[in-house]
Design a protein around this ligand. Sequence first.
Ligand code: ADP
Ligand code: ZN
Length: 301
Amino acid sequence: MAASPLVAGVELGGTKCVVLIAAGPDDIRAEARIDTTTPQETLDAIDERLQQMRARHGFEAIGIGSFGPIEIDERSADYGCVVNTPKPGWSGANLLARARRFAVPVGFDTDVNGAALAEGRWGAGRGLKSFAYVTIGTGIGVGSIIDGRTVKGLGHTEIGHLRVPRLSGRTWPGSCPYHGDCVEGLASGTAIKAQAGFAANELTRSDPVWDEVVHTLAAAFHNLVLTTAPEKILIGGGVGQGQPHLLPRIRTALLESLNGYGVAPRIAAGIEDFLAHPELGNRAGPLGSVALALNALQPGE
Ligand code: ADP
Ligand code: ZN
């Protein structure tokens, strides 16, 4: 296989951004972290880093994986912009304008779709047609690969904001500013902290908040199994990776929920691989933007 070209990846996160010059996980030439503040300040700082890195290393494409919601429809006048985010000051911010001045192909998608593509190229999604990358952190994001591609249409999917049945007897209203008790509103790090009064890493494993987190995630994955036919669901993020009891509990709850239907026996036979952690771990996000850049060099792939 020919060596991959050197590209620039920009992961735009809610609290920090990572800029990489790389050809893949084993060939990272430069890396910088930038705090996410105002759009102007943050995007200017990224632009400056990219200019420095281009002078030193060169790059053939740029990939931008961003927190959302973002407009990824190239036909839209708002293509490349953040849309209707609760993050103050960022609605309408144009994430692509500066990158376009480098006159190289620019790939653009959600941070989680990027992470899913990275797992597909270099990690636990290699060789799979359909799978999902889920981050359970400050929020809940799901990158969904269906038949080898991310989904683009009227915007992008936002599986973290699905509504699912509540655990019996639970009435806490949830923390999503748009939906209250959607999946993110019940099972993200933000939701756990709001409901329990402690950060997720400070809760004991027997805290009843985990029962609702497990129930909510299992219900979301039940729906994901039935709508996108994933061969694996990969769980990352601070909460997703930081609580060893979580995956075994979600596996059990998911199988109970599917109740033997359809592909459930096949899932049950390989449940530890089916619901697993991403192989790239917390590098999936930054490498996701590298994957988006590499995809931008191969339009139509
Ligand atoms: P982000 O989602 O902002 O990119 P992370 O994926 O690191 O960042 O997620 C941050 C969230 O993860 C916070 O809500 C934090 O409380 C939670 N978290 C971090 N470490 C742990 C842990 N060991 N167990 C449970 N939750 C954790
Ligand atoms: Zn929501």
